[in-house]
Design a protein around this ligand. Structure first.
Ligand code: EPZ
Length: 423
């Protein structure tokens, strides 16, 4: 397994372009199964999760053409099998999202249950209840969800018990081809949901209300081809801005959608950074200063994203003062804490491991570290950038799932980082 070797101490400086959003792209690839004609998707990041989703589509007989710029053309109507096997769903939970589109378009699907993962149990009960509300007949057998429908799915009203990004996306996709109107309430409002709705509407769907907590979908009989440009990855962009703040640096992120990062830029200002915002860029200048501690509570959008909690925690380890960081979305998303403490951080977990109290120290010390989740892993890269000495971050295949060319991008900003490839 590859590792990253990072020599701490560099102050990050320079400009970067944000990649396309992983969490939008994986869902849009699943949604392409709804189309009767070829669709083309651009601004897709070159990442392991994207390759997994393409592999899944290809395993079902779907023709997928990828060019050198990662423009992806998908011919869903070449499909031959409606099965998403355990081996692929296990490696990426988002592949479960093919269930709804397969069912809505072809009337049947057999998709492995994703199971838990490092950050918590992550159930899919609301996905299944939403599909059942639309008339799906669902059976669990040997770890698989076997779903079918007599005729077409039928529009219905469905209220989500909790705000779920994947659940909202899943039922939106299925409802696009249902007979009649679906009204979804207590929906998640993340920008990736708006991107998916834009993709569905470009194919001829009738989705409205995306970005609010009530989404209405007037089902149509069929969906056609379209070209779609995926939105910028707000989590990737913010990760580099936080890394810049933590190292006292100055970084400008280009090709971003600044309004998607309002809560994050306000937290970065709280850390003492000068943040300037343009139409499609964000410039952060820490002017060599030590960041101030920033407390936060994760929440569904537009609240503070759980996907940036670990990165802020890394910055807080060397900040001036004490920060309280509360995780409310996932049960087990503090695995980076123990690794950071091994580097000399002063973090204690309270409240049944839902809250981290971080007392800023002057400096972290290098140590071999690893994590079992994407954002925890990248937070250790930030910790390594501010540590004294050479840190080896192990198991970086997690980072490769969500950060395109991470070492090249960080090298461009002046970081001393290199990949150690294992055979
Ligand atoms: C999406 O996961 C993202 N993944 C996650 O990003 C992100 O952390 C998460 O949303 C929250 O923003 C993708 O978009 C591919 P949820 P998702 O359903 O959709 C509970 C990353 O690092 N819930 O919004 O799976 C669930 O357990 C990843 O890029 C149910 O109870 O998250 C959690 O507590 C990690 N029943 C809460 O809802 C359900 O049926 C929110 O989860 C579904 C969810």
């Amino acid at each position: 397994m590859d590792k990253l070797l990072i020599s701490g101490g560099a102050c990050l400086e320079g400009e970067l372009r944000a990649s396309g959003a992983k969490n939008s792209a994986v869902t849009i690839l699943a949604a392409s199964l709804l189309a009767n004609e070829p669709v083309t998707i651009s601004n897709v990041p070159h990442l392991r999760d994207i390759t997994t989703m393409i592999e899944l589509l290809v395993s079902m007989g779907v023709e997928v053409v990828v060019d050198e710029k990662m423009n992806i053309e998908i011919h869903a109507n070449t499909i031959k099998s409606f099965v998403a096997p355990y081996d692929l769903v296990r490696t990426m939970r988002a592949s479960f999202l093919v269930l709804g589109p397969l069912l809505a378009h072809y009337g049947e699907a057999e998709v492995s249950l994703p199971g838990g993962c490092a950050i918590g149990p992550r159930p899919v009960d609301l996905h299944l209840r939403g599909l059942e509300a639309l008339g799906a007949i669902i059976e669990m057998k040997e770890g698989y969800v076997k779903a079918r429908v007599n005729g077409r799915l039928k529009g219905a009203r469905f209220i989500f018990d909790v705000s779920t990004v994947g659940g909202t996306e899943h039922i939106m996709m299925a409802a696009a081809l249902a007979e009649g109107t679906t009204v979804l309430e207590n929906c998640a409002r993340e920008p990736e949901i708006i991107d998916l709705a834009d993709f569905l509407n470009a194919m001829g769907a009738k989705v409205s209300g995306q970005g609010t907590d009530t989404i209405t979908i007037e089902g149509v009989e069929s969906l056609g081809g379209c070209d779609h440009h995926v939105i910028a990855d707000r989590v990737e962009a913010a990760t580099y801005l936080i890394a810049a703040a933590a190292t006292g640096g100055h970084v400008k992120m280009r090709d971003v959608i600044p309004e998607h990062l309002d809560v994050v830029t306000s937290k970065l200002r709280e850390s003492g950074a000068d943040v300037t915002i343009g139409e499609d860029w964000i410039d952060l200048d820490m002017r060599g200063r030590r960041p101030k501690a920033v407390s936060l509570v994760t929440a569904p959008y537009p609240g503070f994203p759980t996907d940036l909690q670990a990165q802020f925690l890394a910055m807080n380890t060397i900040a001036e003062g004490t920060a309280t960081v509360k995780e409310t979305i996932f049960e087990n998303r503090f695995m980076h804490v123990h690794e950071m403490n091994r580097m000399g951080a002063q973090i204690r977990l309270e409240g049944n491991n839902t809250t981290a109290i971080v007392e800023g120290v002057d400096v972290l010390q290098a140590a071999p570290v690893m994590a079992n989740d994407l954002r925890a892993s990248v937070s250790l890269v930030i910790a390594a950038l501010i540590a004294d000495g050479d840190t080896v971050v192990n198991r970086i295949y997690h980072i490769d799932r969500g950060y395109e060319q991470v070492e090249e991008k960080l090298q461009n900003l002046g970081a001393k980082i290199k990949r150690i490839q294992s055979r």
